[in-house]
Structure formats: C-alpha cells, structure tokens
Design a protein around this ligand. Sequence first.
Ligand SMILES: CC/C=C\C=C\CC(=O)SCCNC(=O)CCNC(=O)[C@H](O)C(C)(C)COP(=O)(O)OP(=O)(O)OC[C@H]1O[C@@H](n2cnc3c(N)ncnc32)[C@H](O)[C@@H]1OP(=O)(O)O
Length: 369
Amino acid sequence: MSSLPRYETLKLRQPKPHVTLVELNRPTKLNAMNLQLFDELKTCFEQLNIEKECRVIVLAGSGRAFSTGIDIEYLSTAAAESVEIDDIARKALHVRSMIERTQESLRAVDKCEKPVIAAIHGYCIGAGVDLAACCDIRYSARDTTFSIKEVDIGLAADVGTLQILPKLITNHSLFHELVFTSRTFDTNEAQQIGLISHVFDTREALLNGAISLASVIAHKSPIAVQGSKINLNYARDHTVDDNFTFVRTWNSAMLLSEDIVKGLMATSVSKEKKTNLAHYTANKHIIVTTFLSTSKNTSVAHGYSGYDVDSQNLNRTELGELSAHPDEDEVLILPYSTLLITNITTQQLVPLGRRIEIELEQCVDQDLP
Ligand SMILES: CC/C=C\C=C\CC(=O)SCCNC(=O)CCNC(=O)[C@H](O)C(C)(C)COP(=O)(O)OP(=O)(O)OC[C@H]1O[C@@H](n2cnc3c(N)ncnc32)[C@H](O)[C@@H]1OP(=O)(O)O
C-alpha cells in the first residue's frame, strides 16, 4: 500500500509486510461504536478487500478495550429520531434501515475475502461480540470481560452474535445461557464455547501473537488463502451438496494458478530440509536480507524479505520462509512458496537472531533433485 487511508475512528498501520493492523480508535469511549465508526469500518474493510498489498488483517481496539458495543448515546439519538415519526410503518422502516446500515458495517468484515484476526482485550460487550463473530480467528488477552449484552438492553442481537456465532461455537448450551442472561463471562468460558482459540497474558503479547499469525498466513499463497476463506464462508452458509458444487467450480479456475507449481516446489524443498544436505541453484539474482525473531523449534519464522534483482520493477518482495532447524539453534533458509525460484544454490544455516545478507549469483546447472 503506498499510503494507508486515514479515518477518524480507526487507526491503520502495517506492522509486517502484507499485514494490516486496524485498531478501533475511540479509546476514551472504550471503542463504543457510533454511526461514524460503523460507516468507517465498512469503508475500511471494503477498501482492504480490494487492496492487493493487504493479505491479512488484525482487528484490535486501542486503549483499554476491544469494544464496549454500540454507543449508548448514538442508540438513544437514533431511538429519539424514530419517536418523532408518527406513522408506525414509517417508524418501522426507519428503524429497519438503521439496523441494516449497522449490519452492513459489520458484515463488511465478514465478507472481506482476506482473513481477519480479532485481537480482543479489556472489554468485549454487545456489538463488540458481534464484531468478533464477523472475524475468522479470535485471540484474546486474559483480562477480557465478555458480555452478550443485548437482552439486558431489551433486544435480540442483530448484527452477528445470533446470526453467525451459532454456526461457529461448540458448546450451545453454555452459549444459550450467556445469550439469555447477558451475564459477563471470562476467557475460560469464551474458550469453552469455542469463541476464542488462544489466550495471551497481556495485550502486548496478544498483539504480537496475532500479528505473527497474520504474517505466517500472509506468506502463503493469497490465491489459496483467500480461496479458502471464500469457501469456508460459503460452506457456513450452504448445504454440503452446494459446497461441493461451489468448490468444484471455484477450483476449476483457481487450480490454473502458478501458485500450484510454486506450492509443489516448496513441498519438495521441505523434503530436502529433512536430509539437511540439499543444494539449490537460482536462476535469478537475488539479494536477501533476513531478520529473525524466532525461537528454537519454531517450525516457520517469517521476516525474511529481499530484492529480486531480476524482477521487472525491483520492488521489495518476500522471498522465503525461515524454518527453524529441528536440532539446533539455527534456521534453514528455504525458498518462499509463492515465488518461483526454480533453483537456488544456497542453503545456509544461520544462527537465530543474526541479520544476514546473501547474494545468490546466477547459477543454473543444477536442477532441483
Ligand atoms: C442496531 C443495533 C445494533 C447493535 C446493537 C448492539 C447492542 C449492544 O452493543 S449492547 C451493549 C452496550 N454497551 C454497554 O452496555 C456497555 C456500557 N459501558 C459500561 O458498562 C462501562 O463503560 C464498562 C464497560 C463496564 C466499563 O466501565 P469503566 O471501566 O468504569 O469505564 P467507564 O468510565 O464506564 O467508561 C469510560 C468512558 O467510556 C464511555 N463508554 C463506555 N462504553 C460506552 C458505550 N457503550 N457507549 C457510550 N459510551 C461508552 C463511558 O461513558 C465513559 O465515558 P466518559 O465520557 O468518560 O464518561
């Protein structure tokens, strides 16, 4: 992305290549959602959906909370507006369009074809839970207080919690209890119902964890990842028969992608890793710079990027994955699965944490074994 769009109620940054961090940005109101936030959220996710540079999104809250739900002041104003409408049918139409506008906002997150990882901390209340429901993966900090608050304010949740979560959660009995009582619950119960997949001790650890996960996903083939999200969402909303028909049609086009070739190559490279002896040759001149923040036995560490000198535009591009060597405090440099490097001369073991530069000169005689 040349420059990230600016919003008043959202804060965007790019913590890693192809990863966009979107933070709800009304910290003094604990990220309560007013009309402006709803509208900006929709615009933002529709924009990220078509932004090529963005492959994975982390959605978090700035300040003390993920979100405390709908802004009570906004809800009161909207309610007051409808009171002024005399005719009951016109009143209903007015309220319906207000609900629709809110639904469209949160659904833009659900409909976004890039994976969205919610990083939840502090409070996740009412529409905050609806918003989390619209994300693909939900991580949380241990201190989070959740509440499906809608029943307590006299309504049935209408922007995600009751529409999407029943298709995702695992413990329906407990989920129903939480819906009917509106009582607060903690990360233990959030994990029990299957709302949260991972809990971190602090907000900082949570953000790091979510961003690292996003980076791992961002280094996969975007064709495969986005195709998976589209098929997962489709499967959630259709019958098994429909799902098979849909994926057949989908893959009849997507299997023609060059990413298939690269993926297969990456698989053969992984086999070489086991022997620890492989030599690859490069048919491109590549300067690679790496930095590492991985620990022993981490299977894949990212942060490996460089310049493909032969590429037409000389843009910075990701070239590889760093895989921790299973037995030593070293990493093995492997070709990146979505860049077609048919041959690479260098396989290097590099101590963890060390910044290195490699130059791979054109040398092509050796084919992949
Ligand atoms: C079409 C319909 C679509 C969607 C419908 C969704 C339904 C819902 O979302 S229901 C949930 C509504 N939310 C709530 O009921 C939560 C209200 N907030 C609280 O109960 C408390 O703020 C708290 C979460 C328990 C936190 O308490 P505390 O730590 O003591 O902080 P506070 O001082 O209360 O809050 C700081 C600051 O934020 C303002 N604020 C917090 N939440 C909201 C909110 N939802 N709406 C508006 N404002 C909120 C709070 O008023 C404070 O503001 P000041 O200006 O500093 O007073």
